[in-house]
Design a protein around this ligand. Structure first.
Ligand SMILES: Nc1ncnc2c1ncn2[C@@H]1O[C@H](COP(=O)(O)OP(=O)(O)OP(=O)(O)O)[C@@H](O)[C@H]1O
Ligand SMILES: [Mg+2]
Length: 389
């Protein structure tokens, strides 16, 4: 089974360098590897000194690269999807003449990139797919989008007029558009099916995992912790933390001594948060890493002796557990206080909101007559008790 590793983190922390080092390492292990950039500001070509582009290009033995261009893809490869998206949007009454106006759908570039990755995965052509993402905010949009859209579509596709009426206000606020009328549903059905496939692939913890890249400094550490919390909110499998640009301990210079102390405090903090996640420490090298020689420094210093593609056992998956009088839904939510979480429920879903991020967790059908009776935090887990009224 192939692996998909998605590298993300704050701008400039070293995502592309670390992702590229993994691609090199994987190819050296004789695994057929593809490195994909979903960041519109592509820079893989520079690093690998090979002109990459819209189609898969060979870089070296076992190593291939691709810089995804969502618009090119939509025009040339995904015409069904284009039709589905256009139908949805034209039903919103917005004037849509060309594809640029598709931007009414939040996160559409990211969605298209992910659909491309799904297609590549299904082609079974590669053992490993390494994804170099845009900075955190965009990656989060990318990862939460399938859940939102598939949730929305799942709710209305199989049901009739009643649901359409009930759900219309939700679709207006979430997607700023009207639901397509019933005649249009078949047009978007294909897109819906792909979204469901994508969701399943991204949540398959044996295949897809997220790797966070950070640096030991205040702003980055804070964003990394937030990012980690959101990844867990959406139930993604985070199975690696990279702490980049660590100063060597043996610089004898008062200016750096201060920085070394500051860094070691943040490294300690990250170790405490990611205590059961593999952590990789990357030194601050004496020059920047442009080009293959730079990437190989990370490969040799940090990855060479580690089993970086292993599937890490994971205790953080959402779980329902039977207790007396009902069930407990256990969600791993590190770096979160109870007060940050806004919780609602409907007959079919438990809805959690933290900051601007919202997740609907469907209740299994046998629990549709159960409702939230209690919620508490224990060891970074949010425990939601649901019982029969
Ligand atoms: N450990 C390191 N030592 C020295 N230079 C580094 C190190 N890690 C990264 N760099 C340099 O820092 C710069 C940014 O790295 P990189 O492009 O990998 O970051 P990024 O997170 O992908 O950035 P962006 O958010 O812009 O995509 C590059 O010039 C890279 O060579
Ligand atoms: Mg980058």
């Amino acid at each position: 089974m192939s692996r998909i590793l998605i590298f993300t983190g704050k701008g400039g922390v070293g995502k592309t360098s670390v992702a590229a080092a993994h691609a090199r390492h994987s190819a050296l292990e004789q695994k057929k590897t593809l490195i994909v950039s979903t960041d519109m500001a592509h820079n893989l070509s520079d690093i690998f000194q090979t002109q990459l582009g819209k189609t898969t290009t060979k870089i070296d033995d076992n190593l291939y690269g691709l810089e995804i261009d969502p618009y090119h893809m939509l025009e040339n490869e995904f015409s069904d999807m284009k039709q589905g998206l256009l139908t949805m949007i034209s039903s919103s009454g917005l004037p849509v003449e060309d594809l640029d106006q598709l931007s009414v759908i939040p996160g559409q570039d990211e969605l298209l990139s992910l659909l491309k990755i799904l297609e590549i995965y299904e082609s079974n052509e590669f053992d490993r797919i390494i994804v170099d993402c845009a900075p955190t905010g965009e990656t989060l949009a990318l990862l939460k989008f399938p859940e939102l859209l598939s949730w929305y579509m799942e709710k209305f596709l199989p049901v009739g007029k009643v649901a359409l009426r009930v759900l219309s206000p939700i679709s207006k606020t979430v997607f700023k558009m009207e639901l397509p009328n019933k005649a249009a549903i078949s047009d978007i059905e294909k897109l819906f099916v792909r979204m469901m496939d994508l969701q399943t692939l991204l949540k398959n913890r044996e295949v897809t995992s997220i790797r966070l890249v950070a640096m030991p400094e205040k702003m980055v550490v804070e964003e990394t912790k937030r990012n980690y919390m959101y990844m867990n909110l959406y139930n993604f499998h985070v199975d690696g933390l990279y702490i980049n640009r660590i100063l060597p301990n043996d610089i004898d210079n008062p200016f750096f001594n201060e920085w070394i102390t500051i860094q070691s405090n943040y490294i300690e903090e990250l170790n405490a948060v990611f205590y059961n996640t593999p952590i990789y420490n990357i030194p601050w090298f004496d020059t920047d890493l442009n080009g293959l020689t730079g990437i190989d420094k990370i490969e040799q210093n940090v990855l060479r002796d580690r089993d970086v593609f292993a599937i890490v056992p994971d205790e953080h998956e959402d779980k329902y557990e039977k207790v007396e009088g009902g069930y407990v839904l256990k969600l791993y939510l590190p770096c979160t206080n109870k007060g940050d979480v806004d919780m609602h429920e409907s007959a079919t879903d438990i809805i959690l909101k933290i900051g601007n991020f919202k997740r609907s967790i469907p209740k299994p059908s046998i629990l549709r007559d159960h409702f939230i009776s209690k919620a508490s935090f224990e060891d970074d887990n949010l425990l939601i008790t649901i019982s029969q009224e």
